[in-house]
Write a new protein. Structure first.
Length: 96
């Protein structure tokens, strides 16, 4: 039982150091490191789509799906536009 617990503890330490090193690399090298890790862990070679490819995919969408996406977008946009503050002024006790 002690061996099993020791193995798990060592594995957690290894994973923690891997995560910490990954985060440090991303903070230091930004998008370049992020793309590197996406390829490594996500097994994804295409991360950014070109505008032409996006437009092509939009045209190939089922009409019902596109209509649903448009409806959802419009509803979300309207909802959040009502949350915006409009000309609100606040002064504290010190008139700041």
């Amino acid at each position: 039982m002690d061996n099993l617990l020791l193995k798990r503890k060592n594995k957690i330490k290894f994973n923690s150091s891997t995560v910490i090193n990954t985060i440090r690399d991303i903070k230091k090298n930004g998008d370049k490191a992020l793309i590197k890790y996406e390829k490594k862990f996500g097994k994804n070679s295409i991360i950014f789509s070109r505008p032409k490819e996006i437009q092509k995919q939009i045209k190939n969408l089922d009409k019902k799906v596109k209509k649903s996406i448009d409806l959802a977008y419009n509803r979300i946009f309207q909802f959040h536009s009502k949350q915006k503050l409009k000309n609100i002024f606040y002064k504290d006790k010190l008139q700041n």
